[in-house]
Design a protein around this ligand. Sequence first.
Ligand code: GLU
Length: 321
Amino acid sequence: MGSAAASKLRPVGRLAPSPTGRLHVGHARTFLLAWWHARSRGGRIVLRLEDLDTTRVKPGSVESTLADLTWLGLDWDGEVLLQSADTLAMESACAGLLASGQAYPCVCTRGEIRALSAPHAGEEEPRYPGTCRGRFRSLEEARAATGRDPALRLRVADGPVRIEDGFAAARDFDVAGDVGDFVLRRRDGAFAYQLAVAVDDARQGVNEVLRGDDLYSSAARQWHVQEHLGLPHPRWWHVPLVLDGTGERLAKRRDSLSLESLRLSGADPRALVAWAARSAHLPCWPRATPQELLGGFDLARLPREPVRFTDQDAAALAAAR
Ligand code: GLU
């Protein structure tokens, strides 16, 4: 649900890469669209590095991500927020939700949950059946009773939520039915993505989120977190991803298409910016900086289908010096 009030505010968009591998041309396109979308309307744009999942963060990725974004010609307002450097707001959000009974400790392992529930189509995680709902009054009690470190789960209200989107069609999500009470803080103490995004978007004053449409269903979970915490809902724009020539999603593993390898090989980033603009049906010329294309930006021209980045596109970029 986009908030009507948000549309009257000065736009504040964000770039929120995870330093879990090398950025590729798909990330570049989505970040360019987010940057153009905010900047072309006089908005601010903030940068947040989502490095909370320490099991997935790759050494050197923070530095290479910053270097890639700068190489591409993007800039941002204010300090870069390294998510792991300041988790106090997440800590107090969890404490508040626990104290008010909106969240509860859960000692179930992944294996136990999998054994209890069949995975739903399209969801990587099985639905949580609510085993620990109402079982423990506190984290300490859960720990003492089971000898396990508890996770924290949000008590999700029943019923569908309609998420309005500035680009994609509105969709109804039944989070309680599809996912169940989801994790806010993992058993190893790490704050979950869904909580961290809601807390940090609010903290950074973000009122507009443009990102890949693989995260559309996450918007519904973030909507629930925002409701529980009394945070405003941003407006969402979920845009199609970039696929390779065979129709597969570009993966961070595919180093040949990484921004880092293009950057280090001396490729001209303006050729990549121009490719992204062409793929978005924006007026452009063979090489351009993001800034030079601001005036012609119009999200309404963006194709609704995923974009193909073919081997010929890759070769042309690598050859652009
Ligand atoms: N950090 C997430 C990613 O790189 C994006 C999060 C978001 O845009 O909400 O996939």
